[in-house]
Design a protein. Structure first.
Length: 211
């Protein structure tokens, strides 16, 4: 996925991304946006959209609007990759900034945030290193898993498209207190080997940190 416009450029009015959807990949869980509208423009291929349990198919140059509050998900049931533009209004690229505001407003000594970077990426809300750095003071642990867009599935840490190493390198060296890194693989196709590779992959990332 690649952002074409973000909140900082549009004064928060909207965000726009281009996304490639692999054939027969895993769909996002059905979810709702109560504070924004979401729209799709199909560039190539065919996308299956599901709104409130009803399927709709969109082909090249089709426009689809998801009203606020509607349950929705989408996927590519075809044999070739599909591409689409995704518009959120107002902007939704600042998910981690909003999470920071939430934990700041409702501080409690026994409540801590648990950032999940991979899920933020899969929900089209990838955090920047600055977003993550601002949130880390409010957490004791970081939830880590990796996802390969082309394969349409979760993979071993370090083998997918989530820039975990870059995010860790940009944030952990300045942290003064310990941080637990929790690995979750979601790899039912080969859980033992994937977990083993994930542990080794995370170790390699940490060994390369300038700390």
């Amino acid at each position: 996925m690649a952002f074409k416009a973000i909140a900082a450029q549009t004064d928060g009015d909207f965000s726009l991304m281009e996304r490639t959807v692999p054939p027969r990949g895993r769909r996002p869980l059905a979810h709702r946006h109560v504070n924004c509208s979401e729209a799709f423009w199909v560039l190539d291929g065919t996308i299956t959209f599901v709104f409130d349990g009803v399927e709709h198919r969109g082909g090249r140059d089709d426009f689809v609007l998801v009203p606020r509050g509607a349950s929705h998900t989408f996927g590519n049931d075809g044999e070739e990759p599909a591409r689409l533009l995704v518009l959120h209004a107002p902007a939704m690229d600042a998910y981690f900034a909003e999470l920071e505001a939430l934990v700041t407003a409702y501080r409690h000594p026994r409540l801590r945030a648990l950032p999940d970077v991979a899920n933020a990426y899969r929900c089209s809300m990838p955090p920047s290193a600055a977003d993550l750095a601002r949130l880390l003071p409010f957490t004791d642990m970081l939830h880590i898993k990796d996802y390969a867009d082309a394969a349409g599935r979760f993979v071993a840490v370090g083998e997918g498209d989530i820039p975990i190493a870059a995010l860790l390198a940009a944030t952990l060296p300045v942290r003064e207190t310990p941080l637990a890194l929790i690995i979750e693989t979601h790899a039912g196709y080969d859980p033992v080997a994937t977990t083993r590779r994930s542990v080794n992959g995370l170790r390699r990332m940490v060994d390369l940190l300038p700390i």
